[in-house]
Design a protein around this ligand. Structure first.
Ligand code: FAD
Ligand code: SF4
Length: 464
């Protein structure tokens, strides 16, 4: 097996070209590139990459299968632990997880584990039918899962594999959570999300859309209807705002609304699809997390000039480095150490934004240096649309309908970190509703832990 030292880059669309279309930016490995990249793995004895993966994929084993050009088996190996591999291969921050601890990274470049995971899953989708899982022995117990994001899909898939009857209830008309309504087509094509959700359904999971738990039906009613345990994976979809004058003007969007219009409702193909998005020529996006980058890059593709306004410096930007690079390459302007103070309107519509310059002071509770306004440094930026992407928290519709559910002061649900059980026996939770917002793979890791917790709970219940 030949060992090449240099990591093989994944080809991608040129920045100028991709800024004008919604097609996927990263193009994926060819079989030759995948096998060559996989053959760089030295199969180090400690395999730190495995512990770096929140869903415990046997990374060295699937990489070996790719190096041997045994692509279908590589995909099956990943699916033993992860039901959403093509999604994770695209959106996981591998640099902080498996690749961040890869032994090869100490002296050179880590193995491109994410790109290889994506390759195996794509290869299987395009060239081989999904492998049929052996039919599990039926278990006594019906489980309801609230929310079809990565946390809900994972707990559902894991429990179906053990043999439980599982139904997922989703408030929106399309399943997938942020994977469907938040992350843009050009980073995560929706056909791929659909395919992996169909795979979860093929394991025996029943998926019902347009059901808002807490409104259409309550958790208590689900228990009365014969469900023995409930998992809450309702995410953190309630957007935060800046609370500055002018935020209710026409032309101001939360990133959540903007991304939902574009990604889920396909506003970029209006009027072929019914939902429009009225965006101006000059758009300001406030914030510098992944959501802000996604909103900015979507706005650019809709034909606007886009500026990101962020109150701290580049070093504190929470978005993945790769996303920041992509945004810069595509021509998005960054105004750092700048904070909005007022949105100025004319005839009810946004016309400009007043900002103030900031400097960094002492570190705050988050450990990051606190941004401090420089008095008298106010200035005006022209714009006709503003997208606010400064964080979100869990929507209280469901949690308010559950008396006795212990919550934190941030509106997240308190759980036992081992079992993911809440303060109410038989009710479990995980993903963004417990963390306040992390990553797809962390939400899936919670789903795995909760599946074990629910299994143990139901087994114990059956013995009583
Ligand atoms: P969600 O994905 O939010 O799913 C929750 C689901 O529950 C939704 O479908 C919602 O409609 C449904 N629901 C809510 N209330 C109810 C109810 N009462 N009844 C029924 N259903 C309900 N992470 C990464 O790892 N990589 C990235 O590149 C990345 N990019 C992101 C980009 C954006 C724009 C955003 C917003 C987030 C991004 N994240 C990324 C974070 C990641 O998407 C989330 O951490 C993850 O989706 C959380 O999963 P979840 O299952 O907890 O919740
Ligand atoms: Fe291979 Fe890196 Fe994992 Fe070691 S840590 S087994 S080199 S992928």
């Amino acid at each position: 097996m030949s060992r090449i030292k240099k990591r093989i880059d994944m080809p991608s669309q040129e920045p100028k070209q991709r800024g004008r279309n919604f097609q996927e930016v990263a193009l994926g490995y060819s079989p030759e590139d995948a096998a060559a990249e996989a053959s760089r793995c030295i199969h180090c004895p400690k395999e730190p990459c495995v512990a770096g993966c929140p869903v415990e994929i046997d990374i060295p084993a699937f990489i070996k299968l790719i190096a041997e050009e045994n692509f279908a088996e590589a995909a099956a190996k990943i699916k033993e632990k992860n039901s959403l591999p093509a999604i994770c291969g695209r959106v996981c921050p591998q640099e902080n997880q498996c690749e961040g601890v890869c032994t090869l990274g100490k002296r050179g470049e880590p193995i491109a584990i994410g790109a290889l995971e994506r390759f195996a899953a794509d290869w299987e989708r395009l060239h081989a039918p999904d492998q049929k899982m052996p039919e599990p022995k039926k278990q006594e117990g019906k489980v309801a899962v609230v929310g079809s994001g990565p946390a809900g899909l994972t707990v559902a898939a894991e429990l179906a594999r053990i043999g439980y009857e599982v139904t997922v209830f989703e408030a929106l008309h399309v399943p997938g959570g942020v994977l469907s309504y938040g992350i843009p087509e050009f980073r995560l094509p929706k056909g791929i999300v659909r395919h992996e959700i169909e795979y979860v359904e093929s394991l025996g999971v029943r998926l019902l859309t347009n059901v808002v738990i807490g409104r259409t039906i309550t958790v208590e009613q689900l228990l009365d209807k014969g469900y023995h345990a409930v998992f809450i994976g309702a995410g953190a979809g309630l957007p935060h705002f800046l609370n500055i004058p002018g935020e209710n003007l026409n032309g101001v969007f939360s990133a959540n609304e903007f991304l939902t219009r574009v990604n889920l409702m396909k506003a970029y193909e209006f009027p072929v699809y019914d939902t429009p998005v009225k965006l101006g020529k000059k758009v300001i996006v406030v914030g510098a997390g992944n959501t802000a980058m996604d909103a900015a890059r979507n706005a650019l593709r809709l034909g606007s000039d886009v500026t990101i306004v962020y109150r701290r410096s580049r070093q504190e930007m929470p978005a993945r480095l790769a996303e920041i690079h992509h945004a810069e390459e595509e021509g998005i302007e960054f105004r750092l150490l700048t904070n909005p103070t007022k949105i100025i309107g004319e005839g009810g519509w946004v016309k400009a934004m007043e900002c103030i310059k900031m400097e960094l002071g002492e570190p705050d509770q988050s450990g990051r240096r606190r941004p401090v306004p420089i008095s008298g440094s106010e200035f005006i930026l022209d714009c006709d649309s503003v997208i606010i992407a400064v964080g979100q928290s869990p929507n209280p519709i469901l949690t308010k309908s559950l008396p006795g559910l212990e919550m934190t002061k941030w509106g997240t649900v308190v759980v036992d970190q081992e079992t993911m059980q809440t303060s109410i026996p038989g009710i479990f939770a995980g993903g963004d509703i417990t963390s306040g917002g992390t990553t797809v793979i962390e939400a899936m890791g919670d789903g795995k832990k909760a599946a074990r917790g629910i299994h143990a709970y139901l087994q114990k219940k059956a013995l009583v």
